[in-house]
Design a binder for this molecule. Sequence first.
Ligand code: ATP
Length: 265
Amino acid sequence: SYADSIGAPEIPNVTWDDVGGLTDLKEEILSSLFTPLSSQGLSRSGLLLHGPPGTGKTLLAKAIATECKYNFLSVKGPELLNMYVGQSEKNVREVFARARESAPCIVFFDELDSLAPKRGQSGGSGSVMDRVVSQLLAEMDGIQKSTGVFILAATNRPDLIDSALLRPGRLDKMLFVGRCDDNESKINILKALTRKFKLAADVDFGKLVEQLPLRSVTGADFYGVCSNAWLNAARQLIKSTDSDGVSQEDQSVIVTMEHLRMAMK
Ligand code: ATP
């Protein structure tokens, strides 16, 4: 069944520090979600994160779960949809049943627009989708604060989502996660992504960011840069230990400014 494919929800290992930049947004999340009484759970029913791809919506969702020690159940909208009559609604019910069993639990609906488009629109599968949306609304209304289930969702297209989902008691808070264009945020994202790297003394993120030809970037862009830089550093290390005959245990991967520059290019 679909529920079997979900697996057992766990507390993620993404920390608040793994999310770089987005300072105001992180502030806003902390103050609106975590009350002084956070032992009583999160202080809202749901939150919708919207913004362009790769800006850190999924990362933030996981960090929120880690922060409040909730299990995390991730559902990609399109994967839940099923061509068999009634099966998609059943999948929705199963997701919520699994979340209640795993409480305290955050259910994260990625690509929510594919799961909850505006109802009553013409189109081949219109009425099927309407039933999925109704089921989703019913389940959202069925979870009381006391059940310890919190709904998080993400989308690139909030304009496509049925507005009933955004009413009070449902996804009643919406926050924008944007690309970043100021140098300070860029530096912070690079720092977050290289938190566990060994960096050479010459690494200067300020300089790196100044040389960047793009004005606006996403965390995912920088993830590509950092993993590339690390890979190149690792390759270089392997080459040098091959030729020197130095044992590999004495060596560790050190990422230099040059590795980062090359990767940035
Ligand atoms: P999509 O809309 O495509 O699902 P998304 O907004 O959910 O994208 P994520 O999946 O969270 O984006 O980001 C992809 C990867 O980019 C993350 O796993 C992380 O490595 C990196 N990343 C994105 N934003 C940040 C950030 N603010 N700080 C650190 N890393 C980030």
